[in-house]
Design a protein around this ligand. Structure first.
Ligand code: IFM
Length: 456
């Protein structure tokens, strides 16, 4: 007799969430005293954004936040991860505090709590106040203390109500895309800026952690990294070497110092051998100790894997290695590879042993829009989420302390240099009318979040 197949079951304590970030959804960039961010400046430059768009309206979430919270509630998730726009709180990055900015996030946090949804805050998801960029941005050490002061202000207002704190989202993107290949704001292409900004991002995290703890007590505090599990394209030594370099550049440069191991020695040696930069004085005594403050969880954003070959260095991106374009891609050109999230989770657990791990982003861009009945049949996204969640379940079975999962993203939004052309939402946004339509994937995810189960 055939046994009925058992569903994949997650524990009741599991965090089921959806995620967004401030610049990608809020709009209202000139309202209520908000200062300019580097993304406002970057979007205004010709040729930076694929569809020449900007964040001025985005999903108009700044005005529609209450309906959006109802939408989140309708998805039956128990957590919402959003970010705070630093220039709404401190228009110049430091000094004068704009209380209307704090009021907005307080309404959001209280609105979530009223709906029984845990607020998870990311303090920095790339919208640096332009005034700080004018002083050097993340390349300048001064930004570190400004970030800590900003953190303190936010925690003092919201610390008693926010469920989880994330200092930074994806420092790799902020430093590499922002300061090395110039694809993101502030659009700088410079080796020194790359490494100095990565260091200051990590240092600001380390200095902010004790400040957050002191104010918020035992609520979990962590950081989110975008990590890419990679494999060499062949068994050649050259590909193995390229793969080690990719892993060092992409993953270990951030994981190692956070885990108290300092920067990976092989990467330092490579950079030194190549005269990548000639001034390392931005790393000061005690910095590495501060960076490795114990954290309560590591946030991981996973989208795809890398297959690395030694003979393909992408000069246009000025990146030292290239991820080969793969088959079966999403609209971002990223391979759909659910096994990668399992490989990544088990590897990070084995090598670094963080107390707890959350998938703080996972999802896929597909353009699917509403049919003539207004229904969005995004089966590809649904199966992406399904397969990745099953891989997460396997990772838990293998002993990984994975305590939550946030789908990226709640709704279609401003996808940085791609503008509005790439749609990651589980909810469709009609940018003309600002109508929100939950896609088929959202309805599927709602059932998972509600039951904690995924059918086979
Ligand atoms: O939209 C971004 C998000 O802001 C950061 N992580 C990756 C997502 C998809 O590219």
């Amino acid at each position: 007799m055939n046994q009925p197949k058992q569903p994949y079951t997650f524990p009741d304590s599991f965090t089921w969430g959806v995620a967004t970030s401030s610049f990608q959804i809020e709009g209202a960039t000139f309202e209520d005293g908000r200062g300019a961010s580097i993304w406002d400046t970057f979007c205004a430059k010709q040729g930076t954004i694929a569809d020449a768009s900007n964040g001025e309206i985005a999903c108009d979430h700044y005005h529609r936040w209450s309906e959006d919270l109802d939408l989140i509630k309708s998805l039956e998730v128990n957590a919402y991860r959003f970010s705070i726009a630093w220039p709404r709180i401190l228009p110049k990055g430091f000094g004068q505090v704009e209380s209307k900015g704090l009021d907005f996030y307080e309404r959001l946090v209280d609105g979530l709590l009223e709906r029984n949804i845990d607020p998870w805050v990311t303090l920095y998801h790339w919208d640096l106040p332009q005034a700080l960029q004018d002083q050097g941005g993340w390349v300048s050490r001064d930004v570190v203390e400004h970030f800590v002061d900003y953190t303190r202000i936010v925690c003092e207002r919201l610390g008693d109500r926010v469920a989880g704190w994330i200092t930074h989202n994806e420092p790799w993107c902020a430093s590499v895309l922002g300061y090395l290949n110039g694809e993101h704001a502030p659009g700088i292409k410079d080796n020194y800026a790359h490494l100095a900004s990565s260091h200051h991002l990590l240092l600001s995290h380390g200095k902010a952690v004790p400040v957050i703890r002191e104010i918020v007590g035992d609520r979990p505090v962590g950081i989110t990294l975008n990590l890419v599990p990679s494999v060499p394209a062949s068994s050649s030594e050259a590909d193995a070497e390229a793969n080690a370099r990719f892993d060092g550049f992409f993953n270990r440069w951030y994981l190692d110092p956070l885990a108290g191991r300092g920067y990976p020695q092989d990467m330092i040696e490579r950079y030194k051998a190549e005269n990548y930069i000639d001034d390392w004085s931005f790393i000061q005594d005690q910095d590495l100790k501060e960076i490795s403050q114990p954290i309560d969880f590591l946030g991981i954003n996973y989208y795809s894997r890398g297959i690395i070959r030694s003979d393909r260095v992408d000069e246009s991106e000025n990146l030292p290695v290239e991820v080969i374009a793969n088959s079966n891609p999403t609209d971002m050109g990223w391979e759909v590879y659910p096994q990668g999230i399992y490989d990544l989770l088990t590897r990070v657990h084995q090598d670094y042993d963080f107390k707890s791990i959350y998938i703080t982003e996972n999802g896929a861009a597909y353009a699917t829009g509403p049919d003539e009945h207004g229904v969005v049949h995004d089966q590809l996204r649904e199966s992406y989420l399904h397969d990745h969640l099953i891989a997460c379940h396997h990772a838990r079975q293998a002993g990984v302390p994975l305590d939550g999962y946030f789908a990226w993203s709640l709704m279609d939004n401003f996808e940085w240099a791609f503008g509005y052309e790439k749609r990651f939402g589980i909810v469709y946004v009609d940018y003309e009318t600002q109508q929100r339509i939950p896609k088929q994937s959202a309805l599927w995810y709602r059932n998972v979040a509600k039951t904690g189960e995924i059918s086979c």
